[in-house]
Design a protein around this ligand. Structure first.
Ligand SMILES: *Cc1c(COP(=O)(O)O)cnc(C)c1O
Length: 368
């Protein structure tokens, strides 16, 4: 039995006639940028997120950049984010000229540690950028308390958490902005790049809307310095077709996670924990073992795909060598990077395949 890491073909086949029709309709409609599909998707996605406003952009990294810029964050400003995340979380800050300030994550959740956030605040801190990593929301109450006390913005990196909940509230709807990616393999994926921001604040929404469209308030009248980062009509048409299925797809991922937890009990690998107050949407199913590299090699030989998200923490990435961050600075993130392995996870992953993956892990003799 082969088990792929993700399987989009099955999902797309289930929507095939509708997808074909939507693509053809967009082609023939002749409206390709900021047209009716984007406008409708922005409203539908905001509603899905329990937010008042939605703004489509070209990708998740840009969603984060636009959010920070809409909050007037730039050179000289510090933004606090976790050391264990995808590089885009940090690039969003560094590429607009602001300063990323890293803190370590909590060992049992992989999520930003609010106690460390409080200690990293300086007079220059302007925002906290929590990442709802792997599909599980960070502790938003603790982070909002800190933000209120210090008058900071909260920009949620919800690029892996479409539909996840914190105390019943959708990820992305809680801070000043929630930022999403529709990279094809995300829980809600386009057939190319795409992204969106959601917010409750009409002024922030209007600023973001202008910044993503060359800072334009009316055609050729530019009120803000911005850039070109628009979601295109084709992607919006596809996302509109997929969005009504997202809750069901997330439920399928949660079910597969339950099967994994059952099948991997006593196997020697540590399974992910769902913390209180959260609904986890399992963008990734990440286990831990001291024998990570050996386990991955064994799985590969048995035709079970796996991944490492991510093998190098932000502070040790070559791209940030000039920052002076040292090995040992964020020990939990470093330990995580050395021991994590992401197992196959996608909507429609069935119990026989989960059991096969677990049996393969058991046969590998992995230990903690
Ligand atoms: C995918 C992702 C992004 C960036 O999204 P792109 O659309 O690839 O730019 C940012 N942060 C996290 C945590 C992600 O997983």
């Amino acid at each position: 039995m082969k088990v792929p890491f993700v399987d989009l073909a099955t999902q797309h086949a289930s929507l095939q006639p509708a997808l074909d029709q939507a693509l053809l309709q967009t082609l023939r409609g002749g409206h390709f940028i900021l047209g009716p599909e984007v406008e409708a998707f922005e409203k539908e996605f905001a509603t899905f997120c329990g937010a008042a406003h939605g703004i489509g952009v070209a990708n998740g990294l840009d969603a984060l950049r636009v959010a920070l810029m809409a909050c007037n964050i730039g050179p000289g400003d510090e933004v606090i984010l976790p050391a264990h995340t995808f590089i885009a979380s940090a690039y969003a800050v560094s590429t607009i000229g602001a300063t990323p300030v890293l803190v370590d994550v909590q060992r049992d959740s992989f999520l930003i540690d609010p106690a460390l956030v409080a200690r990293a605040i300086t007079p220059r801190t302007r925002a906290i950028l929590p990442v709802h990593l792997y599909g599980q929301p960070a502790d938003m109450d603790a982070l909002l308390d800190i933000a209120r006390a210090h008058k900071l913005r909260v920009i949620e990196d919800a690029c892996q958490a479409h539909g996840a909940l914190w105390k019943g509230k959708p990820a992305g709807s809680i801070g000043d902005f929630g930022c999403f990616s529709f990279y094809p393999s995300k829980n809600l994926g386009a057939i190319g790049d795409g992204g969106a921001l959601v917010t409750q604040d009409p002024e922030l929404a209007e600023r973001a809307r202008r910044i993503r469209n060359v800072g334009q308030r009316a055609k050729y009248y530019h009120s803000h310095q911005g850039f070109n980062s628009r979601l295109d009509e084709l992607q919006a048409a596809v996302l509109r077709l997929k969005l009504p299925h997202l809750h069901r797809w997330n439920e399928s991922r949660r079910q597969a996670a339950g099967w994994y937890a059952e099948a991997l009990a006593g196997s020697g690998v540590e399974t992910p924990k769902v913390l209180p107050n959260r609904t986890h949407v399992f963008h990734l199913y990440v286990v831990r073992t001291a024998d990570r590299n050996a386990l991955q090699t064994y799985l590969k030989s048995a035709h079970v795909d796996s991944g490492i998200h991510y093998p190098v923490p932000i502070h040790l990435q070559e791209a940030f060598a000039d920052r002076g961050w040292k090995k040992g600075a964020f020990p939990v993130s470093e330990e995580i990077a050395d021991t994590i392995l992401s197992l196959p996870m996608f909507e429609g992953l069935d119990q026989p395949r989960v059991r096969h993956v677990a049996a393969t892990i058991a046969a590998s003799g992995a230990r903690r």
